[in-house]
Design a protein around this ligand. Structure first.
Ligand SMILES: Cc1cc2nc3c(=O)[nH]c(=O)nc-3n(C[C@H](O)[C@H](O)[C@H](O)COP(=O)(O)O)c2cc1C
Length: 170
């Protein structure tokens, strides 16, 4: 895995990601590190265009990745099960993005928590209603996936500013 080549991909080709490939990506998320190893996070796979369409306006100024994606994964957690649900979901999302990239599949993190739609309705509530998610759950983000239809330069170590790294003290 070349970590510095990883980029967010928002444009996808028509080529579908197969069910086996989806399962490969999900596998890393199922075993993602989580606080006290509780694994109290869950995943909703969106393969159906009609469902994607219902979600496609869930937040302000949204780009239409959900409609173009081969599939998407909504990452949710029962908030009563873990006070680190945000961190747990974030780790799983990150691992899925890296695993997909390693398989030649691009992805984009679409933030849900803390967002509102064009009418200022809470994005989490919109998604919970459409997908029939229980009220005690939080919806952190949706990750869209597909074969890349854009080429982005990878990163170079020389591009990072060294003042973000501290040794022994700030
Ligand atoms: C917490 C978080 C929220 C993000 N939310 C969005 C989003 O809502 N829409 C979007 O297009 N990209 C989103 N991104 C992707 C970032 O914009 C992207 O990672 C960043 O611009 C760096 O680009 P790179 O991933 O190609 O290095 C999000 C990323 C993170 C980690």
């Amino acid at each position: 895995m070349k970590f510095l080549s990883r980029r967010t991909i928002r444009k996808y080709t028509e080529k579908k990601v197969t069910q086996d490939e989806i399962q490969e990506i999900l596998k890393v998320a199922l075993f993602a590190p989580s606080s006290r190893n509780k694994r109290a996070i869950e995943f909703i796979i969106i393969n159906d265009e009609k469902v994607a369409k219902k979600l496609s306006e869930y937040k302000k100024n949204i780009q239409n990745m959900l409609l173009d994606a081969s599939f998407s994964i909504v990452v949710i957690a029962d908030k009563s099960q873990s006070d680190t649900w945000i961190e747990n979901c974030s780790v799983a999302l990150t691992l899925m993005q890296l695993k997909a990239w390693d398989m030649g599949i691009g992805s984009c993190w679409m933030q849900v928590r803390g967002r509102v739609d064009n009418n200022d309705i809470n994005s989490e509530e919109i998604i919970k209603k459409v997908l029939e998610i229980p009220s005690e759950y939080g919806v952190l983000a949706i990750m869209t996936f597909g074969y890349p239809d854009e080429i982005k330069e990878g990163y170079e170590l020389s591009q990072v500013v060294n003042d973000r790294i501290h040794y022994e003290k700030y």
